[in-house]
Design a protein around this ligand. Structure first.
Ligand code: SIN
Ligand code: CO
Length: 380
C-alpha cells in the first residue's frame, strides 16, 4: 500500500462532516493487500462480523456470517462484507493509520467488501463518516445531499432509500477514494468484480454515552451521592414538585458528569476494543526482563487493533494520562517523548542514547502492555 495523498487541512476545513468528495488517486499506485479468497476465509471465522448481501430474482437477501459455504448465498449480484479488519490484518491497521489527521478515537473500523459485477448494497444512508477506498476493479459511486428520505426495508436486515439526486456520479478506479459524510445518500455499483475498503468513524449519540457512563459507574462501584433536602418547608399540596427541586435533581446528575470519573470513563469508552485479539506471551515478562529488553534495543511491535489516546498535557501536570484498549496507564511527564513514540509507532525501537533512563513506571507499564499482548517483541 502507498501513502495517502490528501491536503488534510483543506479537507478538514471544507469537507469533513460537510460535503462529499472524490479524491482521485488518494493512494497512488494502489495494490490490494488481500483478496476475495482471504476475505472469504475471514468470513468463516466465528468472531468476525461478516455479511453477504445479494440481489437475485428481483429480491434482496442478507445472510450473516460465519459462513461454512458460499454457493447457496452467493446468488445473482452479491457483495461479501467483512468488518473490523484492523484487528486481523496489520495492513488494514496501516491503512487506517494513514487517516491519522483525524483523531484515532474517532475511528471505528476498516470494513472490506468484494462485489461481483453489477452488485451493490443499494442506495442508503449511514450515520457515520466514511472513506471508501477503491481496490481492484471499478465501481460507480453516486452521492447526494441530506434530505428527508423515506427509508425502505426490502429485507428485514437491509435499510435502503428509494432514490436521490446525485451531486457526485463517478467511476472510481484502484487508489481512488470517496469520502461520504453522515446522512448523505449514496449508492455504489460494481462495474466489474471489485474490492472496496471502508474506513468508518464513530459518533456516539447521547443515549449510548449515558448508557455506557452508567455501566462504568456500576462496574466501578461508584458511590453516588443521594438526593438531600434539609431545607424542606411546608407546602400546600404534597405532590407539587418545585422548580428548585427539579433543578436539584438535574444538578445531582450533572455532578456525576462533572466528577473525575467522567475522564476515566471517557478514556475507557473511547479506547474500548472488544474485537481485539489478545495473544499474550506464554510467560509474563518481569519488569527486570523488560529493562533488559530496552537495554538490548529490541523492537516493540504494536499489535493490530490497539486503540489508545492520551489526555492533553498541561504545564502543571506531573503525569501523562493514557488509555490503551480500555485501561488506564499513567506515565511520568518526563517520559512523555518516549511514550508518544512508543504509542504512535507501529514498530518502536528504544532510543539508544536514553535507554537506561526509563522510569520504573515506564517499565512497569510496558511490562503490563506486553503481558496483555498489546505489544510484542520482534523475534529475529
Ligand atoms: C460496500 O462496500 O459495498 C458498501 C459500502 C457502503 O455503501 O457503505
Ligand atoms: Co454506506
Amino acid at each position: 500500500m502507498t501513502t495517502l495523498k490528501i491536503n488534510s487541512a483543506e479537507f478538514l476545513a471544507h469537507y469533513w462532516q460537510k460535503k462529499p468528495l472524490v479524491i482521485r488517486q488518494g493512494f497512488p499506485n494502489f495494490t490490494d493487500f488481500t483478496d476475495e479468497h482471504e476475505l472469504a476465509g475471514l468470513a468463516m471465522e466465528e468472531e468476525i462480523d461478516s455479511r453477504i448481501i445479494s440481489f437475485a430474482d428481483n429480491s434482496w437477501e442478507v445472510s450473516c456470517g460465519p459462513f461454512d459455504e458460499f454457493a447457496t448465498v452467493c446468488q445473482g449480484q452479491w457483495t461479501l462484507l467483512v468488518q473490523g479488519l484492523e484487528n486481523y490484518l496489520p495492513e488494514a491497521q496501516a491503512m487506517m493509520d494513514e487517516f491519522d489527521f483525524i483523531p484515532g478515537w474517532r475511528k471505528d473500523d476498516v470494513m472490506m467488501s468484494y462485489s461481483v459485477a453489477g452488485a451493490g448494497v443499494g442506495p442508503h444512508l449511514d450515520q457515520y463518516d466514511v472513506f471508501i477506498v477503491q481496490g481492484k476493479g471499478s465501481r460507480r459511486w453516486q452521492v447526494g445531499l441530506p434530505d428527508d428520505f423515506e427509508e425502505i426495508t426490502p429485507h428485514p436486515k437491509l435499510r435502503q432509500i428509494s432514490q436521490f439526486t446525485p451531486i457526485i456520479d463517478e467511476i472510481l478506479y484502484p487508489g481512488d477514494i470517496v469520502y461520504i459524510p453522515p446522512g448523505h445518500p449514496h449508492n455504489g455499483v460494481a462495474q466489474e468484480e471489485c474490492l472496496n475498503y471502508s474506513i468508518g468513524f464513530r459518533a456516539a449519540n447521547q443515549i449510548e454515552l449515558l448508557n455506557s457512563f452508567c455501566d462504568h459507574l456500576l462496574d466501578n462501584n461508584w458511590q453516588g451521592k443521594r438526593y438531600t433536602d434539609p431545607q424542606l418547608a411546608v407546602r400546600a399540596l404534597s405532590c407539587e414538585l418545585r422548580t428548585n427541586e427539579t433543578e436539584a435533581f438535574r444538578n445531582l446528575l450533572k455532578q456525576t458528569i462533572d466528577s473525575p470519573e467522567f475522564e476515566n470513563w471517557l478514556g475507557t469508552h473511547l479506547t474500548d476494543a472488544p474485537k481485539f485479539i489478545t495473544e499474550p506471551p506464554d510467560e509474563d515478562y518481569t519488569p527486570e526482563q523488560v529493562h533488559q529488553l530496552l537495554a538490548n534495543q529490541v523492537s516493540f511491535i504494536k499489535s493490530p487493533g490497539v486503540r489508545h489516546l492520551h489526555y492533553q498535557v498541561n504545564d502543571s501536570d506531573k503525569r501523562l494520562s493514557t488509555f490503551i484498549n480500555g485501561d488506564y496507564y499513567a506515565w511520568p511527564v518526563d517520559d512523555q517523548k518516549q511514550v508518544f513514540l512508543l504509542l504512535n509507532s507501529t514498530v518502536w525501537l528504544p532510543d539508544k542514547k536514553i535507554n537506561f533512563n526509563f522510569s520504573s513506571q515506564f517499565i512497569h507499564n510496558l511490562s503490563t502492555m506486553l503481558n496483555k499482548g498489546l505489544w510484542i517483541i520482534q523475534s529475529d
